[in-house]
Every structure is written in C-alpha cells, then in structure tokens.
Ligand binder design. Sequence first.
Ligand code: BGC
Length: 365
Amino acid sequence: MLKLNKSVKTIAVLAAASALALTGCGRADTGSSANGSSAAAGFAKDAEIGVALPQKTSENWVLAESLFNNGLKTAGFKGDVQFANGGVSDQQNQISSMVTKGAKVIIVGAIDGAQLGTQLKQAKDAGATIIAYDRLLLNTENVDYYVAYDNYKVGQLQGQALLDGMKAKKPSGPYNIELFAGSPDDANAKVFFDGAMNVLQPKIDDGTLKVVSGQKSFEQAVTQGWKAENAQKRMDTLLAGSYTSAALDGVLSPNDTLARAILTSVKAAGKPLPIVTGQDSEVESVKSIMAGEQYSTINKDTSALVTQAIGMVKDLQAGKTPPTNAEADNGTKKVPTFYLKPVIVTKANAAEAYANDKVLAPLTK
Ligand code: BGC
C-alpha cells in the first residue's frame, strides 16, 4: 500500500513536471524577472552558443559573422554561427541542429520572424535561452530577450532626413517624393516604414509632400528580399510612369543597398539626382554621401550590437539577468529589450560620426 502510494505520488510529480516543461516553465532557472522572462541558471563557461543569421542582404550581416565568431571565442564559448542562404527552411534546420548540439543560448537574426515557432519551442523545451538579434521574433512566447537598434527611431530619422535634405536644396515645397520599404517578411521593414511615415504622413496630409505615383502604402512600397534589383526595377517603372514631366525631389529608401539601386536607376534615366535616404553605413554609401550623391545613412555600429548580444550571453552564463531598457511587443508577449541608439549621418557630420571607425573614418577625410 505504502509502495503504491509512493509510486502514484511519483507519477503525479512527474506529470506535473512534464506539464511545466511543456509550458516552458519547468527549466532549472535560478530567477524569473517581473516581466516573466527567465534568466538561465548559469551554464558552463565553454558552452555551445548558436547564432542563426539570415541571408547576407547588407554589409551589417557580413560584419556580424566575424564579430560573433571572434567575440564568442574570446569570451570562451563555442560559437556556432550560421547563415541561412537557402531561406527560411535552411534557418529552421540550423536552429534545430543548434538545439541538438545542446546550445545554451541561441541568438537569432530571423529571415522571417514569424516562421520559427516550432524550432523556438524545441529550443526552449531543451532549456536554451533565445535572444532575438536586430529583428524581433514574432507571435511566440519562446523568445527571452531582444537586442537591436531602435528600429522605429531609424524610420523617424530617415523621414526627417528626407525632409531636411529636400529643404536644403529647395527651401519651400511642395516636394515630389516616392516611398520604398524593405522586405515584407523581415519584421523590421514595417517598423522602419511606420517610423518614417510618422514624420512624413502629416506633410503628405498638408500638401507639402506629394507621392506622385500614388503608391503610399507599405504593401505598395515593399522590396522583396531586400534585393537591389527589385528596387531598381520599381524605380525604373516609377520614373517612366510618373516622372516624364514632373521632377522627383526625394526618395525614402530604407537602407543603403536599396538607396544605391535607386540612384542607379535615376542616373540611367538621365534625371537629376533626388535626395535619397539610407541605413547601415555601408562603405559604398559613405563614399556616395561624401561625393554628394546619396543624402543620408544611419550609423548602427554592428560591433556595438554584437558586443551587447555577447554581453547578454555572458550574463546568462553567470546566472544573471541581462540588463534591458525597453519592451518590444511581439504579438504574444512583451519581450525584454535592449535598444541601442541609431545616429543619422549626412556629409555634414560623417567625419564626427565615424571618427572611431577604422574603415569609414578615412573615407570622410
Ligand atoms: C536590418 C537593416 C538591413 C536590412 C537588410 C534589417 O533587418 O535592420 O540594417 O539593412 O535588414 O539586410
């Protein structure tokens, strides 16, 4: 009788434990912060850390690869840094394989932040901590932290730069503009666009700005896959359709790769160059800014972002809760977030902005 009681009790305890594990609450965590995110109990100093990056659609991702490899190695971890050049299924497989290898933390720069639900659950069930890097992971409980430059702020800075640049060239409007957005599967693309429209929409409403093509929505402005050729083609079409007689004063471009594609299209059409915004401080765009072609970019130092992400891993290793300064709503939960501050760069402040950047500083002399 006693024995039976004991085994019934054991079954009950086991059932409760597996129910907890299923809800992701059964991990051997030391602490849970008020916002519900869990800090790891600490793990081996030489633990496996997975880093799942998207495709190399801009220089920042290429830079992140070596920064993560070197930074994790220096910190004593075994880094496994992967690019998902084959697309979403590639990234899903890479995350699963990181789980199998026993990664204690998985850092994810998602191609499509809404398509990794199954793999993130797998990772959490195995006891890993998930950090969303640069792009938020959407509609899932299974993300612990987010580290990024403030993407909405990036958009606002781009919108303001577009206005400032056009005003410096032609003191009063109305100004003819066109709008470009990033890839719709990237969670950041809409946030950049919304930030920019927060600044531009009131000026469209009061008649200062005119989107001559009429293509004002995010859906109309997107650039699939962040591909330069897609932006260039769309710009060709816009120029041919809406600017045979009208002058184009400015173009909102979400990043540098697309900005240069837009400028290439305008040059090929033999038209005067409009004010074009950007983001990422890519080498070719900084050169273009210094040459007076692209108007602006955003300085989002990749090294600082990777350092912040690795700092989170070090805290988790030590069983500490990483510091955060914001919350990002991913549709399911408010994810504890550390935002870094993006900086707008034009020819006027480039030397100052890149003073400590060995590669970019010489370009601004
Ligand atoms: C990043 C940008 C980058 C874009 C394309 C975004 O998620 O935040 O910096 O330009 O992806 O790679």
